[in-house]
Design a protein around this ligand. Structure first.
Ligand code: G6P
Ligand code: ZN
Length: 543
């Protein structure tokens, strides 16, 4: 193998965000742009000699090209073995599983998650470490430092093997193993869930639809739901992945998965509906006539996980990101389990999972998962729900309502203001931070501020501290507003406002969410000066 050393100069915008480096495709296509970032990852990750690396992505436009570049650069870096999804495809949870099962030193996951794809869409590269999870901040900081000083990258002259050819190939001394992207993942799911019981429920009349949104979960869902669990063909909607996700926005929420939501609210709704995102780590859960919020889903899954074989012995604890509602906290409290509140970003769960402090984690941003991998996992959530439905023989709505009756309901909504002028958004956050100290005791209508802070987190395992993770304003009675700027956008700033109100009384559990939160929504606008500072009269998206 001949290694070519290519001279390059640093780009000043390669700081990894919440979930790796994300840019528009044309930006990523600039000469040496992807190469610089991959070389910086390898430099930060250490010598590749004797190590294995997993490579794959969500199949979006530019995926296969970068997979081939990454293979050639990894061979030049001396990796012993590359485990690559066929045609460059691996869902994020499947990649996490492969890293763990094959004891790889890490993995390159090519994805911009739920962001649109295609030649003008988004692209992303993320590095995961040996536990299968996203690189912690110490590693992403080291990667960023390398991107600022890089002068050359190394790449094999030879072409990468045909990505469609399963089996072992060679590039110099490096073995390039092309694997079926679905097989190991599906086998893992069979160890966690009672496939026979779910299959029997489906054979007995439980109906479902899963919307793969033209993204990576299509082949996974068809194999698992239709082939292994016997759901009829057509259960998986939009199951053929395409490079631009059929021109859509592969984000499983009420806005972007509206056709599924309409189906579930209509007269021909099946019993269960679900969707996943571009790279397969997010999920949306619906029942006939009901959308389950991710925060409620986390709480229901945590409360009922013991019904699935993989969690029969109970769970160690629960973790949720700070903006996620406290519904899971109520389950933890009632069951005597540990509960952890982390900053936004799945990577913060890694240490807690590794240390065995928690088994189930979740985020309001449509992510739920467990210690089976170190990423959130869309199909895992779907299968756990199906396992619970098969055991309880109740509808989704019945399960959620009886959960609220037992634990109380945390009314919850997130308001997003997208593509806001970055200066205005930063000004809004700064102004809130400036006023934090004087906020306590202030009255807004019937709401009195009990405490207000800028969330910071000290990791209980490694002691690392993350500051500036979002402004929390808690009112007496437990209602809460959180202001945060998104860490995943690619244009301007996205302001997220998270609204939550706890209601213990079952006779008040059926209010329309916006009615239940009306006073809080008004208060958020006045405290945050949202209209005034952003010029917006309302959010672009309510989820
Ligand atoms: C990605 C991460 C999640 C995180 C989400 C937040 O999906 O994988 O762990 O919750 O981004 O995104 P935001 O845009 O709110 O920073
Ligand atoms: Zn995703």
């Amino acid at each position: 193998m001949t290694i070519r050393t290519v001279a390059t100069t640093p780009f000043d915008d390669q700081k990894p965000g919440t979930s790796g480096l994300r840019k528009k495709v044309p930006h990523f296509q600039r000469e040496n742009y992807a190469q610089n970032f991959i070389q910086s990852i390898f430099d930060a990750a250490g010598p590749g000699a004797g190590q294995s690396l997993v490579i794959g992505g969500d199949g979006r436009f530019f995926n296969a090209e970068v997979v081939r570049i990454a293979i050639r650069m990894a061979a030049a870096h001396g990796y012993g073995r590359l485990i690559v999804g066929q045609n460059g495809i691996l869902s994020t949870p499947a990649a996490s599983n492969l890293i763990r099962q094959r004891k790889a030193s890490g993995g390159l996951i090519l994805s911009a998650s739920h962001n649109p794809g295609g030649p003008e869409g988004d692209f992303g590269i993320k590095y995961n470490v040996a536990n299968g999870g996203p690189a912690p901040e110490g590693v992403t900081d080291a990667i960023y430092r390398r991107t600022r000083e890089i002068t050359e990258y190394r790449i094999a002259e030879e072409e990468a093997p045909d990505l469609s050819a399963l089996g072992e190939h060679r590039l110099g001394d490096t073995v390039v193993e092309i694997v079926d992207p679905v097989a190991d993942y599906a086998a893992l799911m069979e160890t966690l869930f009672d496939f026979d019981k779910i299959a029997a429920a489906i054979a007995g009349g439980l109906t479902l639809r899963f919307d793969a949104m033209h993204a990576v979960t299509g082949p996974y869902a068809r194999e698992i739901l239709e082939r292994r669990l016997g759901a009829p063909e057509g259960t998986v909607l939009n199951g053929v992945p395409s490079e631009d996700f059929g021109g859509g926005h592969p984000d499983p929420n009420v806005v972007w998965a509206a056709p599924l939501v309409d189906l579930m609210m209509g007269p021909t709704a099946p019993d269960f509906g679900a969707a996943s995102d571009g790279d397969g780590d997010r999920n949306m859960i619906l029942g006939r006539g009901i959308v389950v919020t991710p925060s409620d889903s986390l709480a229901v899954l945590a409360a009922n996980a013991h019904l699935a074989p993989g969690y029969r012995r109970g769970i160690a604890g629960i973790a949720r990101s700070m903006p996620t509602s406290a519904a899971a906290d109520r389950v933890a409290k009632a069951r005597g389990l540990g509960i952890y509140e982390t900053p936004t970003g799945w990577k913060f769960f890694g240490n807690l999972l590794d240390a065995g402090k928690v088994t189930i984690c979740g985020e309001e941003s449509a992510g739920t998962g467990s210690d089976h991998v170190r990423e959130k996992d869309g199909l895992w959530a779907v299968l756990l729900w199906l396992n619970i439905l098969a055991e309880k023989k109740q509808s989704v709505a019945e399960i959620v309502k009886s959960h609220w009756a037992e634990f109380g309901r945390n009314y919850y909504q997130r308001h997003d203001y997208e593509e806001v002028d970055a200066k205005a958004a930063n000004g809004l956050m700064e102004s809130l931070r400036d006023r934090l100290a004087s906020m306590s005791g202030q009255r807004f209508g019937s709401l009195v501020v009990q405490e207000a802070d800028d969330f910071s987190y000290r990791d209980p395992v490694d002691g690392s501290v993350s500051t500036g993770q979002g402004v929390r304003i808690v009112f007496s009675g437990g209602s809460r507003v959180v202001f945060r700027l998104s860490g995943t956008g690619t244009v301007g700033a996205t302001l997220r406002v998270y609204l939550e109100r706890f209601e213990p009384r079952p006779d008040l559990h059926d209010l329309p969410v916006e009615e239940a939160l009306a006073e809080l929504i008004e208060t958020a606008d006045s405290i945050g000066e949202i209209g005034k500072r952003t010029g917006r009269s309302g959010p672009d998206v309510r989820t």
